[in-house]
Design a binder for this molecule. Structure first.
Ligand code: SF4
Ligand code: SF4
Length: 339
């Protein structure tokens, strides 16, 4: 598939081409103090310069709150929510796109989730290679790369005056054809420049963990003091899970107003006490010690056992945003030393 380039002075036209017709275009934009993927209405608000968004693009595929269906009290029919538009998710970082591939396992395991899968099929993901990984990124340690193509339809690389667009799938190819009026064929030199940037970015990733042996041995530390020591400072706020691109836990609730109701699902977190609270009052994870132990074991052991992949892409968000500086790499390092 032909690699093309987009001159930066045509960026607004490029965005306009991507949002033609019914197609929705999502890109990182500041909403209050958080950078998140939102529908583009003004090209000047699109922010591609940050290493990573606050909220990962999982919010497009697995929204924080989503209506599954509507109903009327006393009725017998479920009114399905509106069919979703096709869309383009522009500027997803390679780690966040890899996270979608990891989460695909979960939403297609015991049943195929129609809501999530519809969004996956209808959206084209245009990634942006990381030229400057953030201080807490560690994607290569968990199978990723600052220019990984996994989960992407197009990989975009920012050069000095242009963006290089490499189509990777049929959907990506179609998207590149749709912007032909504002792009041109890339030169061999552009591709070399992009490859140099990818290599420099790889060398910039400062943090790492050797994961060999962790998945099979982590549960052996069940009674280790590590979990209590970590939990001592944890506030149980759930930020580490809400902002994690691979966290996928949800709750389902009914909201009723008058005689109309909707069944919706919303993000939940295993770091919340109520998450495992039984109706009987029993809670198998009664304290933050058990909940911290579960978060790390789930990502680095249970998920590997079930789907053969670590459920962490090394985006660094849980480290960057934890209000008390709990650091997943430090926990893993301590676990390795204790084994
Ligand atoms: S566990 Fe932390 S570093 Fe890993 S993917 Fe989730 S937020 Fe990113
Ligand atoms: S972000 Fe930090 S304080 Fe909040 S639940 Fe996660 S580990 Fe605990």
């Amino acid at each position: 598939m032909e690699i093309i380039k987009l001159s930066k002075d045509k960026f607004a036209d490029f965005l306009a081409s991507l949002s033609e017709g019914e197609q929705k275009l999502y890109a990182p934009q500041w909403v209050g103090e958080s950078l998140r993927f939102a529908p583009v209405t003004d090209s000047s608000k699109v922010e591609l310069g940050m290493a990573n968004t606050t909220v990962p693009p999982k919010s497009i595929f697995f929204p924080q709150t989503e209506t599954l269906y509507r109903y009327e009290l006393g009725g017998t029919e479920m009114q399905q929510p509106q069919v979703r538009d096709t869309g383009v998710v522009l500027g997803a970082r390679p780690c966040d796109a890899r996270a979608l591939v990891i989460v695909d396992n979960l939403f297609n395991w015991d049943l195929e989730d129609p809501y999530y899968n519809e969004q996956r099929v209808k959206n084209t993901v245009v990634g942006l290679a990381c030229n400057n990984p953030c201080a807490n990124c560690f994607c290569p340690s968990v199978g990723g790369d600052p220019a990984s193509t996994e989960g992407l339809d197009v990989l975009m690389t920012e050069l000095e005056d242009v963006y290089l667009l490499q189509p990777l799938t049929e959907k990506g190819q179609k998207l590149c054809q749709s912007v032909a009026a504002v792009t041109e064929k890339a030169a061999a030199g552009d591709q070399d420049a992009a490859e140099n940037l990818h290599q420099q970015a790889r060398e910039q990733v400062a943090r790492k963990i050797e994961t060999e042996g962790i998945p099979e041995n982590l549960p052996k530390l069940w009674e280790n003091t590590l979990w209590q020591e970590t939990a001592n400072s944890c506030l149980g706020c759930g930020i580490c899970t809400f902002l994690c691109p691979t966290c996928h836990c949800f709750d389902i609730q009914d909201e009723v107003e008058g005689i109309e109701g909707r069944r919706c699902r919303m993000w939940d977190s295993c770091m919340f006490k109520e998450y495992t609270l039984h109706a009987s009052g029993h809670n198998p994870r009664p304290t933050r010690r058990e909940r911290t132990r579960n978060r790390i074991n789930h990502k680095y052991s249970y998920f590997v056992d079930k789907f053969d992949v670590i459920a962490c892409v090394g985006c660094g968000r849980c480290i960057n945003y934890c209000p008390v500086n709990i650091d997943i790499l430090e926990i893993l390092q301590q676990a390795k030393e204790a084994l």
